[in-house]
Design a binder for this molecule. Structure first.
Ligand SMILES: Cc1cc2nc3c(=O)[nH]c(=O)nc-3n(C[C@H](O)[C@H](O)[C@H](O)COP(=O)(O)OP(=O)(O)OC[C@H]3O[C@@H](n4cnc5c(N)ncnc54)[C@H](O)[C@@H]3O)c2cc1C
Length: 397
């Protein structure tokens, strides 16, 4: 166990894309920064993404604004692959079209390039769509890219290190106290001027020890499926069937597929995915599906991140609850944490991101019309906890 330093300006808890982005931005701004990760860097949800970064989050212009800002940072990220494929959302119900139109001004104000297109154009963009699918129209946003999460994790880790941050792996935080700024790990205790909680799906108990109620669901297992290789697959955008949450993207000569959570009965879930796939893309009826990846994922009631700041003695900051789109939001989240810590103008209305009692009270299903902002829909079932489960409760030191 590597001994940790006794003092730091800021301790960041969690070494996923959010914690690493925060550590980089803080260190670059001159704060002496220590990041504590209980396992390996990028070993939480950031290990298991579909590598999709995009701007448009239906019904959720706050997440869209974070994503637009993040895309600009990713485009400037040295050597990062960003293959533009676009994002297509298939509307098969009149209410979906009406909701799109009502949301459009806020999306445009957030900087999102998105438009309503007719069914014929949607079918040209994604030739796999079956002729029988009752497609009314689609949302089309060219701002969607296939990137590389592992490269983002290692890029932020290297940049944070170069900027002077010290990153500790195998270093679980076991207790913290915002009155004293003391953060306990098996490698020793650090006294910090500020503590940043970026522990993904495991953040709730850390925040509780600082008196912040983050109403996150428990970590739940989300699974992405892949097809067998398919001859002659056309290039397609990342495509969401809005009514079911079926999300597909091309990966080589296969499709990568997400749809909700396996829940109590993974075989039944897989059969439902296969049925939905065949109904949307009839040429793929009967294709075999395999597990591509599983990962733990968090969710907030309104599918929007919690990002906020409580003043000291030791300040407590949090950036968590990214609800299936943390990769899309990571650069902006790190910038906001830095600005909140320094007391600088964050360039957007951060009060919308704070963990307020009002946000905690929003019933999840009522909050956001987009059913699958990431490759998943709805609330993670209680029965589908991540194998690692919540870690030891983090106490007060
Ligand atoms: C299957 C799947 C596919 C996804 N696809 C996409 C996608 O294509 N695009 C997208 O934008 N998003 C996607 N997401 C969501 C995205 O992966 C997450 O929103 C993002 O990775 C969250 O990053 P994070 O840093 O907040 O959390 P994590 O990556 O989970 O990092 C939190 C870290 O905190 C550590 N930790 C926990 N407790 C402690 C403690 N007490 N002490 C120290 N360390 C601790 C954990 O070990 C973990 O490494 C997907 C998620 C899943 C599950």
């Amino acid at each position: 166990m590597m001994p940790v330093p006794t003092r730091a300006d800021v301790v960041v808890i969690g070494g996923g894309v959010i914690g690493l982005s925060a550590a980089f931005h803080l260190a670059e701004a001159g704060a002496s920064t220590v990041l504590l990760e209980r396992g390996a860097l990028g070993s939480g949800a950031s290990r298991a993404t579909a590598d999709v970064v995009r701007a448009y989050f239906a019904g959720n212009p706050v997440s869209s604004a974070l994503a637009v800002r993040s895309l600009a940072a990713y485009h400037a990220f040295p050597g990062l692959p960003m293959r533009q494929v676009g994002y297509l959302v298939l509307f098969t119900e009149p209410g979906q079209v009406a909701a799109f139109e009502a949301d459009l001004p806020a999306q445009r104000a957030a900087g999102v390039d998105v438009e309503l297109i007719d069914a014929a154009r949607a079918r040209r963009l994604n030739p796999l769509i079956g002729g029988d699918l009752p497609l009314l129209a689609a949302a089309w946003s060219p701002q969607a890219y296939i990137s590389d999460t592992a490269a983002i994790v290692s890029g932020y880790a290297s940049a944070a290190g170069r900027a002077g941050a010290v990153l500790f792996t195998d270093s679980p935080v076991t207790a913290l106290n915002t009155a004293t700024g003391r953060v306990k790990t098996p490698g020793g205790t650090i006294t910090a001027g500020a503590i940043v909680c970026a522990a993904g799906a495991w953040s709730a108990s850390i925040a509780r020890s600082a008196g912040v109620n983050l109403p996150l669901t428990e970590p739940a297992v989300q699974e992405l499926l892949t097809t067998d290789p398919v001859d002659g697959l056309p290039g397609i955008p990342v495509t969401l069937h809005a009514a079911s949450g079926l999300l597909t993207r091309l990966r080589g000569d296969r499709l990568l597929i997400g749809m909700g959570y396996p829940g109590r009965d993974p075989a039944a879930w897989r059969a439902t995915v296969a049925d939905r796939l065949a109904a949307t893309y009839p040429s793929l009826a009967g294709v075999r599906l395999h597990t591509a990846v599983t990962g733990a994922r968090d969710s907030s009631p309104d599918r929007t991140a919690f990002i906020g700041h409580l003043p000291g003695p030791a300040a407590f900051l949090y950036a968590t609850g990214f609800s299936g789109h943390g990769l899309c939001n990571a650069p902006a989240a790190g910038e906001l944490i830095r600005d909140l810590y320094l007391g600088h103008n964050p360039g957007m209305d951060v009060t919308l991101l704070a963990a307020t009692p009002e946000r905690a009270a929003i019933p999840e299903r009522a909050a956001i019309p987009e059913r699958a902002a990431g490759p998943g829909t709805g609330r993670p079932p209680e029965t589908n906890r991540a194998p690692s489960g919540p870690p030891e409760r983090v106490g007060r030191s």
